[in-house]
Design a protein around this ligand. Sequence first.
Ligand code: GP9
Ligand code: MN
Length: 637
Amino acid sequence: MKKIAHNHLVFFVIAVVLFWIKTYIAYQLDFRLGTDNNLQKFLVFFNPLSSALFFLGFALLSKKYFKRVLIGIQFFLSFLLYANIVYYRFFNDFITVPVLLQAKSNAGGLGDSAAGLMSFSDIFYFTDTILLIVLACTFFKQVKVKTRKTYQIVLLFSITVFLVNYGLAEKDRPNLLSLSFDRNYIVKYLGAYNYTVFDIFQYIHSSSQRVFASGSNLTNVENYRKATYTPPNPTLFGKAKGMNVIFVSMESFQNFMIDYKMPNGQLVTPFLDSLAHDGNTFYFDHFYHQTGQGKTSDAEFLMENSLYPLNQGAVFINKAQNTYQATPAILKGYGYNSAVFHGNYKTFWNRNVMYKALGYDQFFDASYYSMTPQNTKNFGMKDKPFFAESMPMLESLKQPFYTKFITLSNHFPFEVDPGDTDFPKGNFGDWAVDQYVQSANYMDQALKQFFDALKKDGLYDKTVIILYGDHYGLSSNNYTALAKALGVDKITPVMDSNFQQVPLFIHVPGVKGGVEHQVGGEVDVRPTLLHLLGMDTKDYIEFGSDLLSPQHRNWVAFRNGDFVSTNVIQSGDKCYSVATGSLAANQKACNSISTQVKNELQMSDMIVNQDLLRFYHPNGFKPINPTDYQYLGPTKK
Ligand code: GP9
Ligand code: MN
């Protein structure tokens, strides 16, 4: 017994085993890694081992402070795991280096909501640390490391374990690391800690790419662009020539809300429902968000550049110094004046820097609004006072204008103050779903009020209005309640893809609209709009395809490499048939679109990571110099 109490290897093995089991339990309880064969199940069990040995092994280098260093490393890794758990509960994703860096600039996106995602029982994730401390002070009080030999053996052993793990992972999923679109896979195959190491390498690699890039890297992209360009619809081209443009970003607003009725028959969003069916508005009911970790800002990036956001972090934060050829900059050449309205402070998502690169003339941020306790909630202005206070500023703009309004009220945790809407909360057995219907209704009322104001001041008749849901609000965490709300037994993988649908409305004065069923995404909006305004996009480098063109392409790429098309849906490793809603009989049916999707995402990443648009000069486009712009805030009276 005494021998054991003196043996550092026993203490080390206890630490490794506890940590290993804890991580495995976390995988089961908090992450949805989706295993579908025995090898994957085995790897999920096996993968924490190599990192447990490797990282905890460092403690064996310290003879005197072995126990302290071991517990320190163990605590640090537990903390990392727990941070990922909390992040995953909301984002269904793992933390990346850029997310950590952006947390500093107040844009991690979790902020105050984080507390709501933690619970007392989470103490479980630190019980092994506590147990180790107790053991270190009692039974193993005398433990010391005498020689560094154990370290060398453990290191060798951890490398061997890792190589076995990696070999088996590659067997099941070839090119796991080189095709790293989906972080879930890396955690599933290699583990949460090895994932972090990989993520750090990936970040360093992407940051260094700009330096070595040259214009010749664009040749492939230009050829691809020429081959895939979607020509405009001749009957609609230029129908909105010279008109103003208003975009409205509808926070976390998903398409299933359109025409959704509460159990008592009440519509949640009667105003938007009426737009969908008025015959004068295009309503796209198979339109998808394509955002990544940059959430609202990724949607903005897609809409105005027709490029994809990054796989890791937000373009707005990491690539704001790049050259862009965004819509506000293009329209400047046609005499347009541009502005953004948003009831949050300008540094959030680094907007004040990025908007300069996009060519925005003005940015009406929180400093322009009366941010009283009554007017604000969560991130900033509530939608009703936001639109009301924006009207005089909008009316003061020189026309034609190109503007964007970013709403906030329907943001997680979807709280509405008493008295702001008479619409009751739902009763679906999940507070987020229950509150979501209420805050969606509040936003709908605010939008109606905005439209009424535009009609009253005459802007409505000379303005193209585009409304879009920026990304999902409810996710697989809420699927039990959502299934109940939708009256189905469970949410299938195909329904899960459908939950990535967000509504898109385009209203063009004098043009008949209607419900449009073609599959499309946020990347497609820019060519659609520019063609309506009578500007051909063929000279620009972009990946979208005009939604109103008869030649519109039939698929939409998600940031993780999955896609939806008119016939088949790729979700994870599986190919589904749209017609049957279940697995496609021929699993290869997704291959050809899948190759195009990956190719396109890779090209877009190359443009953004290498800042390639600095080498590209579209005909008639005047480059933007960000230092020409300043957003100084309202002039003091
Ligand atoms: C905050 C708003 C909401 O300014 O963009 O951010 P989100 O968390 O949805 O990206
Ligand atoms: Mn958002």
